[in-house]
Design a binder for this molecule. Structure first.
Ligand code: B16
Ligand code: MG
Length: 237
């Protein structure tokens, strides 16, 4: 894309896009499942990606055919989270996924606004541990939303905070529910990872190391902008 891109925003999911915290979620959930006598595998863990904490617990309880009162479920989710917080306290800037910092730098140089849209209530801590928090003009976490992906709330909120129109936002997501949320918000969706369930994405890449900002902007132009509205909306200077 030529000209400036100051009215465009990139919104990144956290787990699976900027950092791989899924293995820590797995370790903590597995520990809880073991205590409950429920068999829980890495394959089962795939179903928890992008899913909220309470929904994740519900999936595990269903695997074990168990029903528990709400208060007990909340206590279990809190226990799991304490273990998880212990694991992520060991994160360092070396845990940022390959290509992320270069990609963020390149986008920032082009004047693109950057945000995080994550289901995690631990997102702020994780971004601080990774030392990448300052790249983002908006950080929306599980504390800010009431509806989980595929509801578009998290991405709509990110766009509103940045004062960028939804149609000018691009979402980077590793979970099918996140791709659906992006589309429901009227945003372009870039699928990150190899999962077969990302087939709805507008563009696919193994990771940000496998992508350039230019390639994303080309897909963005193709999808959303005709030559006419590029001129009308002043996206090019
Ligand atoms: P927490 P994302 C999601 O992060 C994880 O993929 C998912 O496995 C987790 O259950 C969810 O956050 C909630 O996390 O327990 O820390 O609030 O992919 O939306 O960045
Ligand atoms: Mg994710």
């Amino acid at each position: 894309m030529t000209g400036t891109t100051k009215h465009i925003a990139f919104i990144f999911d956290l787990d699976g896009v900027l950092v791989d915290t899924a293995r820590y979620h797995f370790l903590a959930w597995q520990r809880l499942a073991q205590e409950l006598g429920i068999h829980f595998t890495e394959k089962d863990n795939e179903r928890l990606k992008g899913v909220s904490r309470m929904q994740s617990l519900q999936i595990i309880l269903e695997l074990g055919n168990r029903q528990l009162p709400q208060a007990e479920k909340e206590a279990l989710a809190t226990r799991k989270n304490e273990w998880y917080v212990g694991y992520i306290s060991r994160l360092t800037p070396n845990d940022v996924l390959p290509g992320v910092v270069d990609f963020l730098e390149s986008a920032r140089e082009k004047g693109i606004r950057l945000a995080v849209g994550s289901a995690s209530k631990n997102a702020m801590t994780i971004l601080e541990r990774l030392a990448i928090k300052n790249y983002f003009a908006a950080i929306i976490t599980g504390h800010d939303t009431t509806h989980a992906k595929p509801d578009p709330e998290v991405f709509e909120l990110a766009a509103a905070r940045m004062q960028v129109a939804a149609k000018h936002c691009v979402v980077f997501e590793d979970a099918a529910a996140g791709i659906e949320a992006a589309h429901r918000a009227g945003m372009l969706a870039v699928g990150i990872g190899r999962a077969a369930n990302l087939s709805q994405a507008d563009l696919l890449a193994d990771g940000l190391h496998d992508l350039t900002v230019e390639r994303v902007l080309t897909a963005f132009e193709k999808r959303f902008l005709t030559e006419k509205n590029i001129k009308d909306e002043g996206l090019h200077s």
